[in-house]
Design a protein around this ligand. Structure first.
Ligand SMILES: *[C@@H]1O[C@H](CO)[C@@H](O)[C@H](O)[C@H]1NC(C)=O
Ligand SMILES: *[C@@H]1O[C@H](CO)[C@@H](O)[C@H](O)[C@H]1NC(C)=O
Length: 343
């Protein structure tokens, strides 16, 4: 306990020393940042080949100031407003700074850096399915690949995956390289029947902050239209149909490729390859329809019953018969009674 407390205190002391060092360092760099100059912009975002101009303005009398840069520098001058300007910027890693000599006793001039982000939108963004061509099978896994060509800086790149309008996934990059690179991202998908015809896209977006172009530049791939093959599957496996002029036995079901239909029943004399049969032409009984494509088949059973009118008579006729039997029995009983009473 005591030992660990002591070590904690040592750590704390060590931390304090470090902290003071950091504070001291920050203060020192702080004084440097407090050069008596003002930049017209804190940072610059410029497209490769584009132009930019930033003023450095002295806020005190001085003995000379200038811009140091690999492109667009300004030699030491006695002027008080100097402009770093480039047109057709062809430098990926450019670090301009404005310097000023304002104090005779100062050995080194005071410097202010101008952070510059040079960007380039991708030449192309393309989407493909890895090691596959043609339709996809429902339930199988596939890998989509997005290739982004010649983009900079990669640390400001986001590659997004969309299915229709839905964002599926996105990737960012931590590489700090400033020159253009090619990037590749992948996405695993397991398409189902609802994805048949879905459009997959990938989008490369350069997030360049408030100083950058608005909205952020994006390049979108051609859409990849998914063709998904799946077998037929009815939502109900049986259905009861009451015969009617308008009612059909409807076996229609979605499938890709489109299914073929066959009907089986002891009541059917002719074969039918139609997806629907009119109930009015059928005698009551069981009819089985099978929908089939290259991936599989699914059957559905229809039970055809007589129309409501028949059902009505089926109830009325026995009723009438029972009533008649009752009346006749009563009459016979009455007759017997009266005979008995006579005898
Ligand atoms: C820079 O200063 C010049 C001269 O004062 C002025 O004409 C120009 O508009 C300024 N440019 C920027 C970007 O502030
Ligand atoms: C570029 O990305 C880095 C890392 O995410 C970020 O710190 C920086 O501000 C971005 N640059 C711009 C100009 O927004």
């Amino acid at each position: 306990m005591v030992l660990s407390n002591t070590s904690n205190m040592l750590q704390c002391l060590h931390g304090l020393v470090c902290l003071s060092a950091v504070v001291l360092f920050v203060t020192l760099t702080g004084t440097q940042a407090e050069c008596p100059v003002q930049l017209s912009q804190k940072s610059v975002v410029v497209e490769y080949g584009g132009s930019a101009a930033v003023n450095c303005t002295a806020t005190v009398p001085h003995y000379g100031m200038g811009w140091e840069a690999s492109e667009g520098g300004v030699d030491k001058t006695s002027a008080s407003v100097i402009t770093w300007s480039v047109s057709d910027l062809t430098e990926w890693d450019i670090e301009p700074f404005c310097y000023i000599n304002y104090n005779k006793s100062q050995a080194k001039p005071c410097e202010v850096n101008l952070p510059v982000t040079v960007y380039k939108t991708p030449d192309s963004v393309s989407i493909s399915i890895v090691k596959h061509s043609g339709p996809m099978m429902e339930g199988n896994q596939y890998q989509l690949q997005c290739d982004v060509h010649d983009v900079a800086p990669v640390q400001n790149l986001t590659v997004k995956w969309y299915k229709g309008q839905t964002l599926l996934d996105q990737t960012t990059f931590t590489d700090t390289i400033k020159t253009p690179v090619n990037e590749m991202t992948t996405l695993l998908i397991r398409p189902d029947r609802a994805d048949d015809g879905a459009q997959y896209r990938c989008v490369a977006e350069l997030k360049l902050g408030a100083e950058g172009p608005q909205p952020p530049p994006t390049v979108t791939s051609q859409p990849l239209s998914a063709e998904v093959h799946y077998k037929p599957k009815h939502s109900n496996s049986t259905e009861t149909i009451v015969k009617n002029e308008e009612v059909m036995l409807d076996c229609t079901v979605k499938a890709n490729p489109a299914p073929t239909y066959t009907w089986h029943s002891e009541h059917l004399k002719e074969k039918s390859s139609s997806s629907k049969l009119p109930s009015s032409t059928l005698s009551p009984g069981k009819y089985t329809c099978t929908a089939e494509n290259s991936l599989g088949k699914d059957s559905k059973v229809f039970i055809v019953e007589e129309t409501d009118r028949t059902t009505f008579w089926a109830i009325v006729i026995p009723g009438v018969v029972v009533a008649l039997v009752l009346i006749i029995s009563y009459v016979i009983y009455k007759c017997k009674c009266s005979k008995n009473s006579v005898i």
